[in-house]
Design a protein around this ligand. Structure first.
Ligand SMILES: *[C@@H]1O[C@H](CO)[C@@H](O)[C@H](O)[C@H]1NC(C)=O
Ligand SMILES: *[C@@H]1O[C@H](CO)[C@@H](O)[C@H](O)[C@H]1NC(C)=O
Length: 338
């Protein structure tokens, strides 16, 4: 292991952290399950499989008047132990030439000791003085669209990075810049993919959800959240910008002889999309009390902060939940796209 490379990369990451005042922490895999309490509450199964992190009160339906994550969870797979939120995305599969599907495994991000899962960010932005309002109880949101087939319709802040190696070297560049793509990487990647899912950072200040799970949130009226862009009048409340990074270890699928001869991608989101433009993410707020507001007010950064309780990586890893909808985790094509 090139410790020097890792040290340089982590130093670069912490510089970004300092500049942007962002919390960055690992959450281990809670479960892989075919339920979706946001888009398809109560559906057993939901239309596609998900990989999920966070509080173990995750359930097929989680209406705010029915389930309070901090009260009903007994553990969380996130390193900040007062965070019982749930964060989820679809899974990625590789389709072999003989038609079988295999799930692409996830790995923990650089410098984090959790297993699989995702890296979660809560970004305050560069405007250090601006008030950032934590989400209210019951808040939830969605970004991206599993049915999207158009690169131009992928929201900014959602993208793929083809990593040359597992050290993510050369390191750098903000997410969704440089040669990052809106669709699945077209070539083999020596270090797998880093998939970024960024949520809008403005809120209407009233609704904890909306029929499309998006209308109550919005992007800044001009510029970007990071550059201090102001929120539009319709959505005046600045909320933390939530961002996921998912590391998909595609290395076992790097034999191009196994890829389709017609140039199409061998990779599929569990939603059936093989362009990658159907990238999307779901968020269901579940921090205990005012912990997230305290984290914003005291400008917590990284995965350690005086204002917040932290558990060990081993405790985060130990928090798992068995599948509600029993399903093969990787190979059953019929079930995958039913
Ligand atoms: C979990 O979801 C199921 C299916 O929708 C529902 O019947 C049950 O009440 C939910 N549990 C809780 C604690 O909300
Ligand atoms: C299909 O191909 C994959 C990849 O080469 C292989 O691992 C798997 O065993 C094959 N399955 C069948 C049923 O032939």
């Amino acid at each position: 292991m090139q410790l020097k490379t890792l040290a340089v990369a982590v130093a670069a990451a912490s510089q970004q952290v300092a500049a942007q005042e962002l919390m960055r922490f690992g959450c281990s895999q809670l479960t892989i399950d075919r339920i979706d309490p946001l888009v398809n509450p109560g559906s057993l199964p939901s239309p596609h499989m998900h990989q999920v992190i966070g509080g173990n009160s995750f359930n097929a339906s989680m209406f705010p008047n029915q389930l309070d994550p901090p009260t009903q969870s007994s553990c969380t797979s996130c390193t900040y132990s007062e965070d019982f939120s749930n964060y989820w995305t679809a899974n990625v599969y590789f389709k072999a030439k003989n038609g079988t599907f295999k799930r692409v495994p996830q790995v923990a991000n650089l410098g984090l000791g959790v297993q699989a899962g995702m890296t979660v960010y809560y970004i305050r932005g560069y405007q250090a003085s601006a008030k950032v309002t934590a989400f209210p109880k019951g808040f939830r949101m969605l970004v991206g669209d599993p049915a999207n087939k158009d690169a131009k319709k992928v929201p900014s802040g959602l993208c793929y990075r083809c990593e040359a190696n597992m050290q993510q070297s050369p390191f750098g560049g903000a997410p969704c810049t440089g040669s990052d793509t809106k669709g699945f990487p077209k070539n083999t990647c020596g270090g797998g993919w880093r998939v970024t899912v960024t949520f809008p950072s403005c809120w209407d200040g009233k609704n904890t959800d909306s029929p499309d799970h998006k209308s109550h949130i919005a992007y800044p009226a001009s510029g970007t959240f990071e550059s201090g862009g102001a929120c539009p009048a319709s959505h005046p409340v600045k909320i933390p910008q939530v961002m996921y990074e998912i590391m998909f270890d595609t290395r076992q699928f790097n034999n191009k002889a196994e890829w389709p001869a017609d140039g199409s991608s061998p990779f599929y989101w569990s939603s059936g999309d093989n362009t990658g433009y159907g990238i999307h993410g779901d968020y269901l707020f579940g921090w205990k009390g005012d912990a997230l507001q305290k984290a914003m007010d005291t400008k917590c950064s990284g995965d350690r902060c005086a204002a917040l309780k932290r558990q060990t990586d081993a405790q985060a890893i130990a928090c798992t939940k068995s599948q509600t909808v029993r399903e093969d985790l990787g190979t059953d094509k019929c079930k995958l796209f039913r």
